[in-house]
Design a protein around this ligand. Structure first.
Ligand code: PLP
Length: 510
């Protein structure tokens, strides 16, 4: 980065580490690099527009024979890596679920690096283990989850759901852990989730030997929420066909529109049928901290497991995902491999996190969460989430004022989906979203549909290729729409306005 001094470096001393004084200088240099990167990030393109292979061509094919000085490595980061990146921390990055890179979060990551412990048991690092239990419980309190739930930190929600469904599988088909699923008289186990839910349910079914075809996609209603009647009917039909309902995955904050399933109704179906209820609150869970959004946690009391991704909405740097399980010992029973009385390396009365998942070695992820959550406090987190909601609603107002566009789904949390419909503003009356009773099923003729699908897609692609901003596209009710996800603390109203003006300009010139 700018202002960085080029200095010659001696090699690593002998067979050991960099001499302390040299390391100290490198760290200062790196601190400047990080601060400069953050300060000047807006000068960078949000995303590259290169053909695949451009980065590869600049890098040696063979691993280095001799060690190289750090400043040379950092120069290559500046010249090769940084220009080849999509900058998720850029304030004009408006894709996916915005990203939550913050200065305190970066400090937490930096602080974790030198400690480099393995948090697999209490004994291998008491502080890492106890801090994990503490921060997981802080989040539980913040989102208003009952004390019956305790949690574990994994890298991602996809890994969390796999562990949750492993417990559901064990309870639906006891002794699967020991005997496996094949060669026994076990019925096919079914998982139900909405047609809007994330594909991690299928990934989990693949990993757990349940089969992706046993994940049944239940239709959603006009507001992209699971249709509970269809769920109930499908469960009845499956039982009649000797299939065993194992779990339902309800979503709080779906990937396309951040819609929220009717969790309480779904939970009642699960209770009645003795079916595991997993709530995928990977995105929406954090918003339960905002008093006006407390409704998103309706029905959570009926859940068996809930996943929340603080790396999406509670400002912890990637990766940090929490799986909460009602009565955590159920998870331990499936994944603890060593009987209690044989443990040499564990303290039985303390939690050993290796017993709660397939991973043995575990990073000290709790430290970065502790740093960022102490730095922001609950009020700081809530204020930032509220700002995302405010910006999302502002964008909806702007979209509604331009007759050439329509809002495609009820805006939810920090997500706005909208579509270019290309009407001439002079002749076409707009249709503000607020006037819609529901998102109407698409009825235009196919040729028009594909033309406007392409136009929406082209707008997104042209903007992303320009490097000026970055957004994503998705499909809703068979139509391609543009999608903006807010979440980056560096994105201000001015940035969003600029992003909206770029969209209007590109649409005009198409
Ligand atoms: C609703 C939802 N659930 C789960 C996931 C998977 O998250 P992860 O990348 O942490 O596995 C995503 C990813 O965006 C998501 O949107």
């Amino acid at each position: 980065m700018q202002g960085r001094q080029q200095e010659s470096r001696s090699e690593l001393s002998g067979f050991g580490d960099t001499p302390t004084e040299e390391f100290r200088k490198q760290l200062h240099e790196l601190a400047d690099w990080i601060a400069d990167f953050r300060e000047h990030i807006e000068r960078l393109r949000v995303a590259p527009n290169d053909k695949p292979g451009v980065i590869r061509e600049q890098l040696p094919k063979r691993a280095p024979e001799e060690g190289e000085p750090f400043d040379k490595i950092l120069t290559d980061v500046d010249n090769i890596i940084v220009p080849g990146m999509v900058h998720w921390s850029h304030p004009m990055f408006l894709g996916y679920f915005g990203w939550t890179s913050t200065a305190p979060g970066i400090l937490g990551e930096v602080l974790t690096a030198p400690l480099n412990v393995n948090a697999m048991t209490w004994r291998t690092c008491p502080a890492a283990t106890e801090l994990e239990t503490i921060v997981v419980d802080w989040l539980r309190q913040w989102v208003g989850l009952s004390e019956q739930f305790e949690g574990v930190v994994y890298d991602t929600a996809s890994v969390g759901i796999m562990h949750a469904l492993a417990v559901a599988r064990e309870e639906a088909a006891p002794e699967t852990r020991k005997l496996g699923l094949t060669g026994r008289d076990t019925p096919r186990l079914r998982i139900y989730t909405s047609d809007q839910a994330h594909s991690s349910a299928e990934k989990a079914a693949i990993a757990l030997g349940l089969g992706e075809e046993n994940v049944i996609r239940i239709p959603s209603d006009d507001h992209f929420r699971m249709d509970v009647n269809s769920l109930g009917q499908r469960i009845v039909e499956d039982r009649q066909n000797d299939l065993q309902p194992m779990a339902v995955v309800a979503t709080v904050g779906t990937t396309s529109t951040a819609s929220v399933d009717p969790v309480r109704d779904i939970g009642n179906v699960c209770r009645e049928g003795k079916i595991w209820l997993h709530i995928d609150a990977a995105y929406g869970g954090g918003f339960a901290m905002v008093p006006e959004y407390e409704w998103v946690r309706q029905g959570w009391e009926l859940a068996d497991s809930i996943v929340i991704n603080p790396h999406k909405t509670v400002f912890v740097p990637l990766d940090f995902s929490v799986l909460y399980v009602r009565d955590l010992v159920r998870l331990q029973r499936v994944f603890s491999l060593v009987p209690e009385y044989l443990r040499g390396d564990t303290v039985e009365t303390e939690r050993n996190y290796m017993d709660y998942g397939i991973q043995l070695g575990r990073k000290f992820r709790a430290l970065k969460a502790w740093v960022i959550w102490r730095s922001l406090g609950r009020t700081g987190v809530v204020a930032r989430l509220r700002e995302q909601i405010r910006l999302a609603n502002l964008l909806v107002e702007w979209v509604e004022k331009d007759d050439r566009f329509e809002v495609s789904a009820q805006p939810s949390m920090g997500v706005v989906c909208f579509r270019f419909i290309g009407r001439d503003p002079a002749t076409a009356g707009g249709r503000p979203f607020s006037a819609w009773p529901v998102v109407a099923p698409y009825q235009a003729d196919r040729s028009t549909e594909s033309k406007f699908d392409r136009l929406n897609s082209d707008i997104v692609e042209q903007i992303n290729a320009s490097g000026r901003a970055y957004l994503t596209q998705t499909r809703l009710h068979g139509r391609t729409v543009m999608r903006i996800g807010l979440g980056n603390v560096l994105t201000t109203e001015e940035h969003l306005r600029k992003g909206w003006e770029i969209i209007q300009e590109v649409a005009t010139n198409l």
